[in-house]
Design a protein. Structure first.
Length: 261
């Protein structure tokens, strides 16, 4: 039963779908972390062309099983736990292909922090988001605070974490945290269709875009400029770019087929 709490499925195109199904609330536990870690490791060893992260159930997640915190008898033990927790979103952020997070309902703490590690966040109209660690006297530990600040600014991140309020999808879209708000009806299919379109596109170019933006995040425009030309030039060694250029010249734009090679 536990093994089914996380499913990683792949299609012929190269789209991977990671589903969390740990009823009733998809709470973060040590066991769930093990399963997620194994799935992300598999994605690192056998890269997909795009990844959709989704959740079953009424909510995305109700947060962390607080019993996990109660078991930390010292700050040193807590540090070990938090270091391991932080590795998961860091590894997702480092995946060399587009990653999409689909939030269909309430999305709290660890799940929102995982969402912020993905490239694109899609939210249903009914979705709500929160980093509510303040209720147990804690601050978020899986990178959510800083990744939220990178998307929305330091002031917004302070408000979000310090109030512990739940924010709707429209508000977070306005802040630049959520990329798109989609209708509740048909949300799962729309998220899958969106990610499938990424998977069938120039995914090596998308990986290059991620590399450029990683340099920007670490050092701004100057740092990105120092690397962008070399990163872009490497794409001329790919079948996708060569084939797409020939297709453009022969048939016009939008007719090329990409295979991730």
């Amino acid at each position: 039963m536990a093994a089914q709490q996380v499913r990683l499925e792949r299609d012929a195109v190269g789209l991977a779908v990671l589903t969390v199904d740990a009823p009733p609330l998809n709470l973060y536990t040590a066991g769930l972390h093990d399963l997620l870690e194994a799935a992300v490791e598999d994605l690192g060893e056998r890269p997909a062309r795009a990844l959709l992260v989704r959740f079953e159930g009424k909510v995305v997640s109700g947060g962390v099983d607080v019993g996990l915190f109660d078991a930390q008898e010292t700050s040193a033990r807590a540090k070990v736990l938090f270091d391991r927790m932080l590795e998961l979103p860091d590894r997702v952020a480092a995946l060399p292909f587009p990653t999409v997070f689909a939030a269909h309902g309430l999305c709290l703490t660890w799940a929102f922090e995982l969402a912020l590690a993905c490239d694109i966040v899609l939210a249903a109209e009914r979705a709500r988001f929160g980093l509510v660690e303040k209720v147990v006297g804690l601050t978020p530990t899986m990178g959510g605070t800083q990744r939220l600040a990178a998307r929305a600014g330091v002031g917004r991140a302070k408000e979000f974490v310090m109030t512990g309020d739940r924010y709707d999808a429209a508000t977070l879209e306005r802040w630049g945290v959520v990329n798109r708000v989609l209708p509740d009806e048909g949300f799962d299919d729309a998220a899958l269709e969106f990610t499938h379109a990424l998977a069938t596109g120039p995914t090596l170019a998308h990986a290059a875009t991620k590399r450029v933006l990683a340099h920007f995040e670490s050092g701004g425009v100057a740092e990105a400029n120092a690397h962008v030309t070399a990163i872009a030039a490497e794409l001329f060694d790919t079948e996708d770019l060569r084939g797409a250029v020939r297709s453009f010249l022969a048939d016009g734009p939008g007719k090329a087929t990409f295979r991730g090679r």
